[in-house]
Design a binder for this molecule. Sequence first.
Ligand SMILES: [Zn+2]
Length: 450
Amino acid sequence: MRGVRKSPLSPLSPRGANWQSPFRKGRVRGICFRAQHDFDETLRRCFSALALGFAVLSSSGCLIDRIGGAYTREPEELESNASIGARRLIELAFEGIESVRLVDYHTHIVGLGTDGSGAFVSPRTKDWLSLERWKFLVYSSASGIKNLVQADQEYVARLARLARASSRGGKYRILAFDKYYKPDGTVDLGKTNFYIPNEYVFRLTEQYPDIFLPVISVHPYRRDALAELENWGRLGAKIVKWLPNAMGIDPSSSLVDPFYRKMKEHGMILLSHTGEEQAVEAQEDQRLGNPLLLRRVLENGVRVIMAHTASLGSCEDLDDSGEKKLPCFDLALRLMGEAKYEQLLFAEISALLQFNRMPEPFTTLLKRQDLHPRMVNGSDYPLPAINALIHTRSMARAGFITDEERAQLNEIYDYNPLLFDFVLKRTMRHPETKQKLTASVFMANPGLEN
Ligand SMILES: [Zn+2]
């Protein structure tokens, strides 16, 4: 049913450009605002239409799998069963890559706490009328979770299989994820989308030392923030992950200065989300993704990796009066262009190939070869496994890949979505100049390893 090669042109076909979301507002509106004579009747119709839609969706794991994990084959079978063309493309992707230095700076761990770790997701994901629920099901499908009672174990087991299947080495920096805290230091669980404890990430790293490296997450407003940094720093943590828009962190706040000093003391690096974050509703929190807010971190001498290179949304130009809005990406490029940040600031490219971020800014980054020595790769897994997010057909039409490469990439996705992400980024070329990302982007960056 879900085979990439069996139905490559169906509207829900994996990697298709014409994929249409079943959640499109227009369709729901169409049901709700047609032929209404009285309010009760309208409500009744709306709810029964929604209930019917949800019932169809829930009985049809197949549809969720088309949107989410539309793969049909086992990762271990790729080497023996994939076409010669697909295997050749993989070989080409690994050319120039030193396997001991191959690294992914942005791999998520998903957890419900089924492993006793204390991880959790927002209770909204249990509400069948909430979009969060449907997103959660799509993520679960993409991550290969079949049984929610063992969700955490299944997530990790699948990720480990994907990571090991290519047998070419490579490390994955797995991310902890802290809760939302208010400036007074108290936690706000209502605004916490999910939580992955540092202990859990460290435990997984010990269990899978051949593939995982830990990235901790400590909210700087926590009352025990400095002690946490100290503790994990002594255990060897090098990178701290923030998603300011979703965690309520203002990186430019003077409250955070002691935190930066502690990071500097331990030679720690901040991996911070930049640009818009779609899971965030509150506008006052959305502005926290502005890359210019990171100036304060840099001024404290702490190295920063801008996750997603601010590739989504518009941000206030805080260097000017703040009234003018520019693409957040332009502001990220401005920071990258400042000589004083040359040793401190790095750009990470996860999520840039998602359809809503293409063709810019990725096209610009292909051309900006001068920035490649300060660019690093991240998969943002499990996102590349979500079928609906990456449209290889549009990429082929625009000239980033050939039709033949597209077929081979779709085939690789069918076996191993994590490998697909890597090979796709290695294959993409500028439609006119034919420039590609240099191999160094995919290897441990010397400026981040000391
Ligand atoms: Zn991410």
